[in-house]
Design a protein around this ligand. Structure first.
Ligand code: ATP
Ligand code: GLN
Length: 144
């Protein structure tokens, strides 16, 4: 499968220090995506089981059988990852690389500005709360 990158766009609107990368994925690709993210230091990830309906109208996947539910919504996983602005593109590209099959139903990624991050245990806010020990910014390669 050829490598696909998100077309370049560095001006997220509105501007924010943090963004939430929200990806709707095929459930059977989720562990592959999350382990690849872990390798680049993304340790904070939330996933939910969701059901969705996309442009495919289910037509291709319907014939695949098991993925389809009675009401024609397809079982998907929503992955939510809050990162600092400079990490967004790498996370988006990594998700594409690991989640893409090239078939209809691969999913979609939304980038959403996040106003603040607060760590409940410590009350830290902003950068201090967003940074994970042993995460991206602690990796030797993160200077890039
Ligand atoms: P602590 O040091 O107190 O453990 P933490 O920053 O490591 O704080 P946790 O309390 O361990 O955060 O995280 C609880 C849950 O919050 C995680 O299981 C995950 O679902 C979610 N989460 C944490 N950070 C992020 C993030 N950056 N993006 C998305 N979800 C996150
Ligand atoms: N940006 C954080 C860090 O540099 C990692 C964010 C995350 O794991 N979601 O440590």
């Amino acid at each position: 499968l050829p490598v696909i990158r998100a077309q370049s766009s560095h001006d997220y609107v509105p501007d924010s220090k943090f963004y939430k990368v929200e990806a709707i994925l095929r459930p059977w690709r989720v562990s592959q995506v999350s382990s690849a993210l872990l390798k680049i230091g993304i340790r904070g990830v939330t996933v939910s089981d969701v059901r969705g309906f996309g442009a495919q109208g289910g037509s291709t996947e319907r014939h695949g059988g098991s993925e389809f539910t009675e009401d024609n919504f397809v079982a998907k996983v929503k992955m939510e990852i809050v990162v600092s602005k400079d990490q967004v593109e790498a996370v988006v590209d990594k998700i594409i690389e690991e989640a893409r099959t090239g078939e209809i139903g691969d999913g979609k990624i939304f980038v959403v500005p996040v106003s603040d991050v607060i760590r409940i245990r410590t009350g830290e806010r902003g950068e201090r709360a967003e940074k994970m020990t042993g995460g991206w910014s602690d990796l030797p390669s993160s200077a890039a």
